[in-house]
Design a binder for this molecule. Structure first.
Ligand code: NAP
Length: 489
């Protein structure tokens, strides 16, 4: 089956921070891939904007280099790249200055879809929003895309929301959480709400627990000073893991409509219980024993802060106080320098009420595993009889629901999360973007948890690079008679 390309209206997209790391690695290559898919209408313009002095030709060659670095050669023939580059322009502007803005005003049209991607530090959002209005650039339907981090606590998130609200209506603001743009995440909603099979089981009566894991192999080297002010709770749990939890836990929305979906997610966040200290394990990776060349630095070395108490790992047991989930814990964990780069949501179902096969060795619970990376896809493990004449012995087989295979493709056509989200902005579909009240509610739950460990003066536990995290995290589940799923690619 060939994936359908839904056309979009002609647009002008301005990428503030168009020469930054995110634009180079994700936004611009993503736009090129959408061009290949036929989704960039001929009259559309993509405008890079940053302080650096450059003309259109300079920006086009910058983007050509980025495509060369981040996309496979097979997707880049010279003629196609040239046609794509013809859509690109560049205007030097300083978010805090006055120069360049009239040039931008001349370039950006009012009779096409307008989108402004704020791929710059959040401290500049207010300046950009104010100038887009003062210089008459943004029309009443203009769309604003903002990146994480959206604040570092409830107060700063409220201030950011208020700053944007001075110039834009909530229906114009697209807060990106790229986890929501992943194919699997959307498929999770399809599997839940387009099939009768799962919904009757999707509750505390049948689900023993849920595990959400986002494991990375990289450390924080290179951006240690930035990360040290944040930590895993702010950098990953408050946004990405929270969003995944919401999609698992939410009630069926009455319609697949942006506000209907986001209303249901918000109710889940409101139902999250405070997390007691004994249900949280924070960790910091150690260095490798071997120092010098080939040796790996510890977290505090990467962060250049020997006294740092910031966590590069966190595991927690989260309870949702509502009828559907009361009694089913959600175990969340995420960390750096772990044994594999793997993100998975696992719905672990309860045991059958009575086993007619006796205490079969090898018996396992049914698990619905939703993998976000690598190899996006879903598997449902079921027990069957071991084939052969060996009697009624049970064995586990995975029912594979991987999309690439289901679609008869090799997966290379599945758009990257950024591509999908940018096209949703152009279409004006906010379903996969966080609403302001959702972000604030998430911080309102997060803040007291962080305040708790700060008041207690808790130190993170050490863990070895390449491990699955601190020992105490294993105990968090052992204590409840459960165990973490293996972190593997
Ligand atoms: P970056 O590499 O530091 O790039 C920043 C960009 O902003 C550059 O193009 C810079 O160009 C421009 N800029 C800086 N000050 C400016 C000003 N006063 N006026 C106009 N342009 C200005 O940052 P990044 O990593 O791309 O991140 C951009 C945003 O995305 C940040 O909010 C970050 O938190 C978020 N984010 C990034 C990633 C990622 O993977 N990189 C992931 C998630 C979220 P000039 O210096 O020439 O002005």
């Amino acid at each position: 089956m060939v994936s359908r390309v839904i056309p979009v209206d002609p647009f002008d997209l301005v990428v503030f921070g168009g020469t930054g790391d995110l634009a180079r690695r994700k936004i611009l290559p993503g736009l090129y891939r959408r061009y290949l898919a036929g989704q960039i209408p001929e009259t559309s313009r993509i405008v890079g904007a940053a302080r650096g002095e450059m003309d259109d030709a300079g920006f086009r060659s910058f983007v050509a280099d980025a495509l060369g670095e981040f996309l496979p050669g097979s997707t880049r023939d010279g003629e196609t790249v040239g046609k794509f580059l013809a859509h690109l322009h560049y205007v030097p502007v300083d978010a805090k200055g006055e120069g360049g803005w009239p040039d931008l005003a001349r370039l950006v049209r009012h009779d096409v879809v307008q989108a402004f991607y704020f791929s710059v530090a959040p401290a500049l959002f207010g300046d950009l929003a104010e100038r887009l209005h003062r210089f008459g650039i943004a029309g009443p339907e203009a769309r604003i895309v903002v990146e994480k981090p959206f604040g570092r606590d409830l107060e700063s998130a409220r201030a950011l929301n208020a700053t944007l609200a001075e110039h834009f209506h909530e229906s114009q603001i697209y807060r990106i959480d790229h986890y929501l743009g992943k194919e699997t995440v959307q498929n999770l909603m399809a599997v839940r709400f387009a099939n009768i099979l799962f919904e009757p089981l999707w509750n505390a009566r049948h689900v023993d627990h849920v595990q959400i894991t986002v494991a990375e192999t990289v450390g924080v080297g290179g951006r240690g000073a930035y990360y040290d002010k944040s930590g895993a709770m702010r950098d990953m749990v408050q946004n990405h893991l929270m969003q995944l939890l919401c999609l698992i836990a939410m009630e069926p929305p009455y319609r697949f409509d942006p506000d209907a979906v986001r209303d249901e997610k918000l109710k889940v966040i409101h139902a999250l219980q405070p997390v007691p200290a004994e249900d949280i394990v924070r960790g910091q990776y150690r260095g490798s024993a071997r120092k010098g060349p080939g040796g790996e630095p510890s977290y505090v070395e990467d962060a250049e802060n020997p006294a740092s108490r910031t966590e590069s790992y966190i595991a927690m047991k989260v309870q949702i106080a509502n009828w559907r989930w009361k009694g089913t814990p959600f175990y969340l964990r995420t960390g750096k320098k772990l044994r594999a780069r793997a993100s998975e949501i696992a719905i672990v179902f309860k045991e059958v009420p009575h086993s007619i096969f006796g205490d079969e060795e090898g018996w396992r619970e049914n698990v619905l595993s939703i993998r976000l990376q690598p190899n996006e896809g879903m598997t449902l493990s079921v027990m069957i009889k071991e084939p052969g004449p060996g009697g009624m012995r049970l064995t586990e087989v995975p029912l594979d629901m991987s999309f690439a295979e289901a679609l008869g493709e090799d997966g290379s056509d599945i758009p990257d999360a950024y591509e999908r989200l940018i096209m949703d902005v152009i279409r004006g579909n906010q379903t996969l973007f966080m609403r302001g009240d959702e972000v604030e509610a998430a911080w309102a739950w997060t803040d007291p948890i962080i305040a708790g460990w700060e008041a207690r003066g808790d130190r993170p536990k050490g863990y070895d690079p390449g491990s699955s995290g601190p020992e105490d995290a294993l105990m968090l589940l052992h204590r409840d008679g459960r165990r973490w799923r293996e972190i593997r690619e």
